[in-house]
Design a protein around this ligand. Structure first.
Ligand SMILES: CC(C)(COP(=O)(O)OP(=O)(O)OC[C@H]1O[C@@H](n2cnc3c(N)ncnc32)[C@H](O)[C@@H]1OP(=O)(O)O)[C@@H](O)C(=O)NCCC(=O)NCCS
Length: 159
């Protein structure tokens, strides 16, 4: 079996079928499927997802977007940052380090990371060195964002 590692996930029918096993399956996946069916994107286009395969099975994944600096309302300096979401490890594979492997991969870009955690996962994020970003009513409506900052990056003052 290949060494277990984080890899970019391509958009194809096989990947989208694998995505159905994850709880956080929704509009993002459905719109990728539609784009594929309508030939708007090619089979094997790169997706914003990264994942871990165990043998031929996708067992963990996350979506990771680079947000342009002009939309950076969170970190100082106002450079680009990463938005991490849909981090999920399939139940049989939890607590074996795969979640951490994905987060470490994201940290490897040396950009600040923002995430909006699921209920009950705060302990994990704390363990990964993520802090609560101060809550800004207009900016954060419906979210309780957490952030990780590489050295030299601060949180923007929430207005
Ligand atoms: C939250 C999630 C992404 C973590 O991934 P994982 O692969 O299970 O976590 P890891 O094995 O990489 O854990 C890394 C560290 O975080 C800790 N940790 C993991 N989940 C935790 C949790 N819910 N609370 C506190 N600590 C947690 C681990 O014990 C480990 O610490 P250690 O290095 O001291 O042993 C994964 O469990 C998941 O997808 N869960 C889906 C459901 C969910 O959100 N559950 C939350 C708990 S109900």
């Amino acid at each position: 079996m290949d060494a277990i590692k984080v890899q970019p996930l391509v958009v194809n029918y096989k990947t989208l079928e694998e995505f159905k096993r994850f709880k956080e399956y929704g509009n993002q996946e459905l719109s990728m499927l539609e784009d594929l069916q309508n030939n708007i994107i090619e089979n094997n286009s790169t997706s914003p997802f990264f994942g871990i395969y165990y043998g031929s099975a996708l067992i963990a994944r996350m979506s990771l977007y680079k947000v342009p600096s002009k939309y950076n309302y969170y970190f100082e300096p106002r450079d680009e940052y990463l938005e991490l979401w849909k981090l999920e490890v399939l139940p049989d594979y939890q607590k074996q380090g795969y979640g951490e492997m994905l987060v470490e991969f994201a940290k490897g870009y040396r950009l600040p990371i923002k995430t909006n955690p699921r209920v009950n996962s705060h302990g994990f994020w704390e363990r990964m060195g993520f802090d609560k970003l101060s809550y800004d009513m207009e900016r954060d409506l419906g979210e309780n964002p957490l952030g990780w900052r590489p050295t030299g990056v601060e949180e923007q003052n929430a207005s």
